[in-house]
Design a protein around this ligand. Structure first.
Ligand code: PEP
Length: 251
């Protein structure tokens, strides 16, 4: 995987039973078949649908499969958890780690996120590491500082543009309908790019996604911002017409 094109990733979160999920994936495959998009597409359904959605999209060859989280260990006494190799066996080639809902709901620290990211790389999949400030942190003028700290703390050894993607997701923009201004997105993405430059070779090739209330109405503007290499999309990825409109907003 090199940074050839933008990546539009759909994070379904804890949404979707089999019939709805399969219908959405089939519709998306049909659209991608009729009009191959300029960007890469990734679907991250809930773990219960990975196998089924993987089977649907495998036939199309146009869409990749990702998981929303994983455990940092390969196996063991961790009831309810899923290891990277288990996800890989279901057809996943990407795993999201450090989503703000995991950080908030499950108390995940940068250290935990880093361990999970390292485990994903060890399983030879690509990792999408989410970072982003809260509204209070932004209001206090600390957005760049917080995001830089999260990036440093969450980036595993061995990260490269081939295997790692960063998703900047301001917590206050997730699921709220609010988005940062284009200037604010540009500022944070430039800061992430600069930080990556201190840590990695070929850091300009590493994709940095924007996430937080991306929708058809703002996708063109957001995807045109410097250092925005795609989007991580929550709510709008559950409506095929909206998700497709975001995909086609990428040139
Ligand atoms: C997300 O949860 O990753 C996300 C970006 O959600 P939404 O698009 O709904 O804001």
């Amino acid at each position: 995987m090199t940074k050839k094109s933008k990546l539009i990733a759909g994070n379904w979160k804890m949404n979707g039973l089999r019939a709805d999920g399969v219908a959405l994936a089939l519709d998306l495959c049909a659209r991608a078949g009729d009009a191959p998009p300029a960007c890469d597409i990734l679907l991250c359904p809930p773990a219960t649908l990975l196998h089924e959605i993987g089977t649907v999209i495998e036939e199309s060859g146009a869409i990749d499969l990702g998981a929303q989280d994983c455990h940092a260990l390969e196996s063991g006494a961790h009831t309810g958890d899923i290891s990277p190799m288990m996800l890989k066996e279901q057809g996943c080639t990407y795993v999201i780690v450090g989503h703000s809902e995991r950080r908030a709901d499950h108390g995940e620290s940068d250290e935990t996120v880093r361990a999970k990211a390292a485990a994903v790389l060890s399983a030879d999949m690509a990792v999408i590491i989410c970072i982003g400030e809260t509204e209070a942190e932004r209001d206090a003028g600390r957005a760049v500082q917080v995001v830089s700290r999260q990036l440093s703390g969450s980036l595993p050894d061995g990260a490269s543009s081939e295997n790692t993607i960063i998703a900047y997701e301001p917590v206050w923009a997730i699921g709220t309908g609010r988005t940062p201004t284009v200037a604010q997105v540009a500022e944070i993405h430039a800061a992430i790019r600069a930080k990556l430059g201190e840590k990695l070779a070929a850091s300009n090739d590493l994709r940095i996604l924007y996430g937080g209330s991306v929708k058809p109405e703002n996708a063109t503007e957001l995807m045109a911002v410097d250092n925005v290499d795609g989007a991580l999309v929550g709510g709008a990825s559950l409506k095929v017409a909206d998700f497709w409109a975001i995909i086609t907003a990428c040139s």
